[in-house]
Ligand binder design. Sequence first.
Ligand code: HMG
Ligand code: MG
Length: 329
Amino acid sequence: RGDNYVRLVEVGARDGLQNEKKTIPLATKIELIERLAKTGLSSIEAGAFVSPKWVPQMANSTEILSHILEHEIPSVNPLTLSFLAPNLKGLSAATTLLSQHPGTFETASERATPTTKTTRRPELEIAVFAAATESFSQKNLNCSIATSLERFREVIQAAKDLDLRVRAYISVVLGCPFEGYDVNPHRVAEIATDLLEMGADEIALGDTTGMGTAPRTKELLNCLRTAGIRNEDVAMHFHDTYGQALVNTAVSLEHGIRTFDSSVGGLGGCPYSPGATGNVATEDMVYFLESLGMDTGVDLDAVADIGSWISDEVGKPHDSRVGKAVLSA
Ligand code: HMG
Ligand code: MG
């Protein structure tokens, strides 16, 4: 795609749903993923191979991946489907299924090879998730940052051995529910450098609490740049708790970042971040980015329909202002 392309990573089916107390039926999750794939979105997070005792809502991620492996998911653009895996147990849950369906997905090298084919098989991505503060690491992963990084080294190595793409999140980069605003950007840069050196293809910087502001977003990104981290290796993951996500997106765009996470209907919240609301809504991101002349490749009307539908299914008000405006226009 052209220079104006901005890649949106749709996290609604994972980040958006993981905090819901009521079990969302498997069929609804699959329908959500299938509908999203038809809007032009190319990166869709589909589940998490985490402990069901910690995050019960993600317990049927095995069934989701099985379904994806056994059924074609029609999509406008070649799909990358992502699953969280905090340890080797999580990774092997994904790769065991993958090995039962050889050739169904493209490997990372196949995806990187240009082709004239008009349809491509999906690609599987594994996502590990570190934290920028010790308290959040303990609450989310039950271990220190250092221990989590050692586990991720194994996960990343094993995923790379299978030629899988790897994303690495760092949570609470602009504010922590337990340590407040006191998050050291230099520590974030160190952790990002470690994860890239381990082989991660992309670092997703999570403003888990939505406490990020424009100046602090800028400070963080400058700090990463000084540490030698390239913009193309960074994605921003904003939650919109304080309504700052689009402002922080603008700052990130100006800095040169071109990958952003968002959640259809603004669904979401983190089980270990009390009070944090959803990710910035995909509808709001598409509208905002396209208004700046950027190309997302995403059909806004189609996403707005999905946002309204999934909010009803989950029993929540539709939390995208753009989505509601588009639907009532
Ligand atoms: P632990 O209790 O220390 O793990 O949890 P353990 O190794 O001692 O094992 C305890 C039990 O969990 C055992 O089962 C294991 O088999 C099982 P038992 O013998 O008691 O029956 N277990 C697993 N089961 C399924 N899948 C696995 C797995 N691993 C162990 N992969 C652990 C450590 C990491 C497992 C746990 O803390 C956990 O699952 N944490 C995940 C928390 C989570 O998913 N948080 C939300 C995602 S992060 C997020 O939302 C932020 C993000 O959006 C970015 C942002 O906004 O900042 C990404
Ligand atoms: Mg999140």
